[in-house]
Design a binder for this molecule. Structure first.
Ligand code: CDP
Length: 208
């Protein structure tokens, strides 16, 4: 079984995807971590985040063993990731890895922006997780403030809005729900309630 979980920044799709993978005994891939890791490697080499050919080369040499790096969650890396992710050659360089991961038995849950539309258009179930920008900024602010109390809510909200715009307006695999995706709005749902709602959607789709 392949489950695609897409949605905007800090919508809760990562936490949900991990919980669904555990529930159904599937492997889990956070595809945002691939773009974050490419951005990290480009910045470490003092490269240009807007040079598609050079970044695609970095993406082709990405070591997937390094995508668990906690440094990838630092503020700023998400924004840099959304800049490198605009470029079609970079996306192309990461495609085979994601598809191979999804296909390997017993299947997987992948979370990202274009899983249901581009990476796994034949996924068994597609979820598109949303929440208001303010609710997402609150969650992300809480997460980041645990490590650095000086981070303010307004700058987190501004980054989320910038990233939403960049991810939705780009030409290459823009953020949008697949035509057959189930929408899950988590603005007023905590993690447990979102998980329960997702399970209901999946179970209903499995036994039509
Ligand atoms: O965790 P959060 O939702 O903040 O971001 P992420 O999922 O780690 O993704 C970071 C950035 O990578 C996004 O803003 C997208 O620009 C890009 N991305 C993408 O283009 N396609 C994906 N499948 C996953 C992430």
């Amino acid at each position: 079984m392949i489950i695609a979980v897409d949605g905007p920044a800090a919508s809760g799709k990562g936490t949900l995807a991990k919980a669904l993978a555990a529930q159904y005994g599937l492997r889990h891939l956070d595809t945002g971590a691939l773009y974050r890791a490419v951005a990290r490697d480009v910045m470490a080499a003092s490269g240009d985040l807007d040079d598609p050919a050079a970044i695609a080369e970095t993406a082709r040499h990405l070591d997937p063993e390094t995508i668990d790096d906690p440094g990838l969650r630092k503020p700023g890396v998400g924004e840099a990731a959304s800049i490198v992710a605009k470029h079609a050659p970079v996306r192309e360089a990461l495609l085979a890895f994601q598809r191979d991961f999804a296909r390997r038995p017993p299947g997987a849950v992948l979370d990202g922006r274009d899983i249901g539309t581009v990476v796994c258009p034949d996924a068994d179930i597609k979820l598109f997780v949303t929440a208001s920008a303010e609710a997402r900024a609150e969650r992300r602010h809480r997460e980041l403030a645990a490590a650095d109390a000086s981070i303010d809510y307004d700058s987190v909200l501004a980054e989320i809005r910038r990233r939403d715009a960049r991810d939705s307006e780009r030409a290459a695999a823009p953020l949008k729900p697949a035509a057959d995706a189930h929408l899950l709005d988590t603005t007023n749902l905590d993690i447990e309630a979102a998980f329960k709602a997702a399970i209901e959607l999946i179970e209903a789709a499995k036994s039509p």
